[in-house]
Design a protein around this ligand. Sequence first.
Ligand code: FAD
Length: 542
Amino acid sequence: VQTHPPFLRLLDALRDVVQKPSKGQSIVYWMRMGDLRISDNKALALASAQAVEDQVPLVVLHVLSPQDYIAHDRSKTRIDFVLRNLSRVKDELARLNIPLYTITHTPRKSVPTRVISVLQTLQSTRLFANFEYEVDELRRDTEVCSLAQNAGIRPTYVHDRCIIEPGVVKTKDGRTYTVYSPYQRNWISILNSNLSDYLKESPSPTSNPSTIREDHVFGPLFEVDVPVSVHGFELDPEEAANMANIWPAGTSYAKEMLSRFLYTKARATQLGAVDPLADGAEDSDKSSRVLLYDEARDRGDKDTTSRLSPYLSAGVISVRECVRQTMKLLRIQKVEAGRSSGVGRWVQELAWRDFYTNVLAYYPRVSMGRPFQERFADVKWEVNEEHLKAWKEGKTGIPIVDAAMRQINTMGWTHNRMRMIVAMFLSKDLMLDWRLGERYFMEKLIDGDLASNNGGWQWSASTGVDPAPYFRIFNPYTQSSKADPTGDFIRTFVPELKSLYGSDIHNPPAKVADKLGYPKPIVNHAEARVRAIRRYKTPGEE
Ligand code: FAD
């Protein structure tokens, strides 16, 4: 058991750093791959204020670290999304005379040395960054702290990713929650007790007070333009165009997505609002997706959720902004605790994001291939390359599983309910190791996030904090008729079945499937369920 996680070690290291460095020639903000925006960005706001106070230029630095992408199984679509957003950020910063420089660095171990040497070249004594809670990143930042101390540089890290940062929501006796419901109740009461502080908007950076000296910038040190791709993570042109079309880059687009979720176009037009969040909005709009969220969120055949996860995981929009705007639009003074309202429910989904980040910060072993519940460490998994391949390609013969996997393969995204169905199917029906699925998701998702992905997989495989009990195994056919009652979702992603309706779309009769060239189910659910319960009940045995 990890008693002093890297997160706490970094907090300790930060206490020891140089508190009063001499004034330098510039201020550096290190923009990480999870904070790709200039508005409401805590570290960037602090860095900008410091630049104004010191009357020196602010420089924004981004480090492209291909070895880290490999270590985290990052998808090509995610890296492409990072670069597209960085390029937007660069343009926005340029209007403020703030340069954004990227460096591509390998090996990953020496990123801290490289960053410190960049600061030295820029004669900067202040480094600002938002925390990253992944283990390797925490270790890297601890190393940055110790190098900074010797170099007379003061690093400042701030919490930005969550609404309530890790370590704040604790049990009465000061322990970290490992069960979601009491965490969420406490999370809501802490949030409501200090709403204005938790949701406070950080000021956008101001124009640079002076320009960076050219001799500090040009030369081999930086890539002046954001690269269009990273070696080994190139998308083919068709896929790149597809991704740019489905998931356009930029904070303004993310904000549009948020308004679209909070409002319907019809409603906005009815109100005559160009900006759907403008004053004059009434709080009784029953057609707003967020108000219908509680009852409709599990529908795969309808567009019922926000689809903001790519933007939230890359930090293109701030999570505080999402809650602020929701409350503003609906004129809500406090976040509701109950699940009966769509708004309360949606905000509670954002709390899951905080919860899993908290789990990662305090129990880093979950991200190192360990089940949170060690009693399931020895569950006997099948080794079956054919089944794994069929699952990945969406050719299992179970339509809902295939539709969801094909959506992931083409869009880099699928609904939460679909993720749960395919994850449960892999780990229980196919009895394949959940870590194989966790990895494949990271390799394909555009919103791949270690904490939420690991949390979702360990929930589905019944090995995590507060998981689905191992004996409650989703029946994929029943799930299918609930999550896709019209069958539209399956027909969209499994076109072979587009002529089927009614119950046939969920479980096509063998002869019909054969005729349509659709595979037979690779596993019998009833038998697989019995096997899974046996294996989980007696880990280590057949
Ligand atoms: P909405 O329903 O609109 O929710 C709003 C936001 O809340 C999401 O964008 C997300 O940031 C957060 N959220 C919602 N549900 C969860 C949840 N269960 N856990 C954590 N955060 C949540 N989410 C990721 O962002 N990245 C992942 O890599 C990821 N992998 C997952 C793997 C599995 C096996 C499962 C079951 C879930 C995973 N999730 C992941 C959580 C969830 O499925 C997605 O966040 C959600 O489907 C995104 O769609 P949305 O933006 O429309 O969500």
